[in-house]
Ligand binder design. Structure first.
Ligand code: NAD
Ligand code: DAU
Length: 354
């Protein structure tokens, strides 16, 4: 077995941040298996494209013969599974892709990984890990004074996206319980940072604010999310991969609960400060729009377990992370131009016109 990690979905937002961070901080080789859906972007990884320790493979996690061949050829010591359809609004408009990738795809991957792992011997078999990257949305929605989600909170997924992730989490758990596959699961809160596709709240608002376009806030804007800077999430995953207890799940969060309206106002003020406001606050662009169907009211993560067991804590505060993020989107016009053509424009038109 080689010192190689197979990352799935590594051309997406979190996956590409994870690969760049690990290439810098670790000595492992990384193989990135990605289907390059609308959300996958190889430009994110330009800095390492020619590195000997990095290989990109274009393909689907549900393509079992491709996955089998890849495992045989590269003999990874671990899998870090990011690949998924990840946008709640898209799952409401068309859930099928979410079942195909998040459920069927994860199942196919688990089957091939199990076959690979079962014939490993001794230390290699004992050291192998399958880390499944999941979300806080599987726990459902909290009331205003409910305690934050812990690892023992019962699952209650509300959107088709959350249901598909919950299903994949259950398969991962079952593969450990039934076959002994050495799995780890992480459930993380909302991420933000560079490379996030601008269909998601934070990059969408930054770019619309920059361009003087309406800033769509769903419902009354009082929904609460718990925000974590993406580099902190990646470091947490690396910690769980190295030192997490097999079969366990770890909640990851930044202790940073914010109402959507407060996030949007903060971004308006930062864009005014960084790009100039010509006397008119960008807060005037805020537009309340029809609510997301089934919109979860509040998420909050109790990250005590990972802090206590693995000594992980976020480095970035929300204030420092959001400043870096706003600056990055304002300074990376070419990246933005690249991802906001074609299918992106079509999504924005269809989704926000209704
Ligand atoms: P993303 O949508 O930005 O990226 C997903 C990546 O997966 C893309 O590169 C895409 O091309 C690839 N992909 C999709 N279907 C595939 C398939 N069938 N085979 C191979 N590759 C495929 O997603 P993200 O925001 O980076 O999220 C990554 C993971 O983290 C997901 O599993 C998501 O559920 C989880 N997560 C995300 C957040 C968040 O706030 N973004 C928070 C917690 C957990
Ligand atoms: O909690 C983790 C999850 O966070 C991840 O599992 C998902 O992959 C990720 O997409 C994210 O889901 P959310 O639905 O919370 O993120 P999104 O950025 O789509 O929305 C954040 C909040 O902002 C949510 O309450 C809906 C609201 N919103 C979103 C958009 C796109 C708006 O008010 N207006 C918008 O235009």
């Amino acid at each position: 077995m080689e010192n190689t990690i197979l990352v799935t979905g590594g051309a997406g937002f979190i996956g590409s941040n994870f690969i760049l961070q690990r290439m810098e901080r670790d000595s492992a080789s990384i193989v990135n298996l990605d289907k390059l859906t609308y959300a996958g972007n190889l430009h994110n990884l330009e800095a390492i494209t020619n590195e000997r320790r990095y290989e990109f493979v274009h393909g689907d996690i549900a393509d079992r013969s491709l996955v089998r061949g890849l495992l045989e050829r590269r003999k990874p010591r671990a899998i870090v599974h990011f690949a998924a359809e990840s946008h709640v609004d898209r799952s409401i408009r068309g859930p099928e892709d979410f079942i195909r990738t998040n459920v069927d795809g994860t199942f196919a991957l688990l089957e091939e990984v199990r076959a690979y792992w079962e014939v490993l011997v001794d230390q290699e078999r004992a050291d192998f890990r399958f880390l499944h990257v999941s979300t806080d949305e599987v726990y459902g929605s909290l009331g205003p004074s409910d305690p934050a989600f812990s690892e023992s909170t019962p699952y209650a997924p509300n959107s088709p996206y959350a249901a598909s992730k919950a299903a994949s989490d259950h398969f991962v758990r079952a593969y450990h319980h039934t076959y002994g596959l050495p799995v780890l699961t992480t459930n993380c809160s909302n991420n933000y940072g560079r490379f996030q596709f601008p269909e998601k709240l934070i990059p969408l608002v930054i770019l619309n604010a920059r361009d003087g376009k309406p800033l769509p806030v769903y419902g009354d804007g009082q929904n609460v999310r718990d925000w974590l800077y993406v580099a902190d999430h990646c470091e947490a995953i690396a910690n769980v991969l190295t030192r997490g207890r097999v079969g366990e799940t770890y909640n990851i969060g930044g202790w940073n609960e914010k109402r959507n309206i407060d996030i949007v106002e903060t971004i308006c003020d930062m864009v005014d400060e960084m790009a100039g406001s010509r006397g008119a606050s960008r807060r005037n662009l805020i537009t309340f729009v029809k609510d997301r169907p089934g919109h979860d009211r509040r998420y909050a993560m109790d990250a005590t377990k990972i802090e206590r067991e693995l000594d992980w804590r976020p480095v970035e505060t929300f204030e420092s992370g959001i400043r870096k993020t706003v600056r990055w989107y304002l300074e990376n016009e070419e990246w933005v131009r690249d991802v906001t053509s074609g299918s992106y424009r079509q999504w924005i038109e269809t989704h926000y016109s209704s």
